[in-house]
Design a protein around this ligand. Structure first.
Ligand code: NAD
Ligand code: UDP
Length: 315
């Protein structure tokens, strides 16, 4: 049993992680400012004496005793992180400094939720951990991409300078139940549009690719990374290497939902990466991890979640 802080614990990935850690018998402190997260995601844990929910903004200092930290606080969808870009930088930089300070004081182990976005619009394909990336430092995605890159730098410098025990995971597009239906990411947008027989909005011509990982697979990878006994600090890619174009993805969702929606094309946002697929050789070798849930199985679970949510909202 460990005392574990999960920042961003009321968000999509954070809420699945809190559930898993509580189930394993740990004491979990969930820190969240509810910018993109929701109490609904963790409502079932409130009242459990192994779970504490604290409304807290990670850009401010936080004092508690802990054995481990999972630093997930940061809006993840482009419309959410671009809503207040300066705040996104502060969350990544000041939030990570505050959590590293806590880790240093408590001698806690800290895992940083980094991202495939640190590779930017990649010139190497698939992306390996050694690749330094191709990131625009002054564009509309930079607050997130550069914020996350600086967070990795901080993790490494606290490790080298202060011997903090760190782990860095680079998460590729992840989906599943508890995604926010309005946060603008492609999986939630397409499923909700299809279930409501509304137009499916493809940005650009749909030839850009992504590789989607089901959330249960990702959580397994994150927990294995935190607990690995070799003191392997990463960075390590976590994602599903099965790559497809956004157009193919839209067609798959139309088929799985039996939807009457039409596909419509909208402008591609600037700096939208053209291709993205993780090379997960390192995760296989070091963590004996690879995704197990195929895209159709994962999508059916996610479609069921949004279908129930929409029906409940109607009542
Ligand atoms: P999410 O937006 O659902 O969750 C983020 C959580 O952080 C929310 O609960 C939000 O309220 C909270 N938060 C934001 N700013 C905060 C602040 N200043 N103080 C305290 N809490 C704050 O996103 P998610 O998909 O669950 O992503 C979780 C983490 O994983 C993020 O760090 C994200 O960058 C990273 N990640 C996610 C993906 C993905 O595909 N979902 C891919 C790569 C990286
Ligand atoms: N996208 C789309 N329609 C939407 C939402 C997103 O075509 O309604 C595209 C988006 O331009 C990107 C891809 O889907 O090329 C994945 O977008 P998302 O915002 O989910 O994640 P990210 O771009 O950060 O990978």
């Amino acid at each position: 049993m460990s005392r574990i802080i999960v920042t961003g614990g009321a968000g999509f990935i954070g809420s699945h992680l809190c559930e898993r850690l509580v189930k394993e018998g740990n004491d979990v402190i969930c820190l969240d400012n509810f910018f993109t997260g929701s109490k609904d995601n963790i409502r079932h844990l409130i009242g459990n004496n192994r779970f504490e929910l604290v409304r807290h903004d990670v850009t401010k200092e936080f004092y508690a005793e802990a054995d481990e930290i999972y630093n997930l606080a940061c809006p993840a969808s482009p419309p959410s992180y671009q809503y207040n870009p300066i705040k996104t930088v502060k969350t990544n930089v000041m939030g990570t400094i505050n959590m590293l300070g806590l880790a240093k004081r408590c001698r806690a182990k800290i895992l940083q939720a980094s991202t495939s976005e640190i590779y930017g619009n990649p010139e190497q394909h698939p992306q390996k951990e050694e690749y330094w990336g191709n990131v625009n430092p002054i564009g509309i995605r930079s607050c997130y991409d550069e914020g996350k890159r600086c967070a990795e730098t901080l993790m490494m410098d606290y490790h080298r300078q202060n011997k903090v025990n760190i782990r860095i995971v680079r998460i590729f597009n992840t989906y599943g139940p508890k995604m926010d239906k309005n946060d603008g990411r492609v999986v939630s947008n397409f499923i909700v549009q299809a279930l409501q027989n509304k137009d499916i909005t493809i940005y650009g011509d749909g030839s850009q690719t992504r590789s989607f990982c089901y959330v249960d697979d990702l959580i397994e990878g994150i927990v294995r990374m935190q607990n690995n006994k070799e003191n392997f600090i990463g960075p390590v890619n976590l994602g599903n290497p099965s790559e497809r174009s956004i157009l193919e993805f839209a067609q798959m969702i139309l088929r799985l939902t039996n939807s009457k929606s039409k596909i419509v094309y909208k402008a591609l946002p600037s700096d939208d990466p053209i291709r993205r697929r993780p090379d997960i050789t390192l995760a296989k070798e070091k963590l004996n991890w690879e995704p197990k849930i195929g895209i159709e199985e994962g999508l059916m679970k996610t479609i069921e979640y949004f279908d129930n949510l929409l029906k409940t909202e109607k009542r």
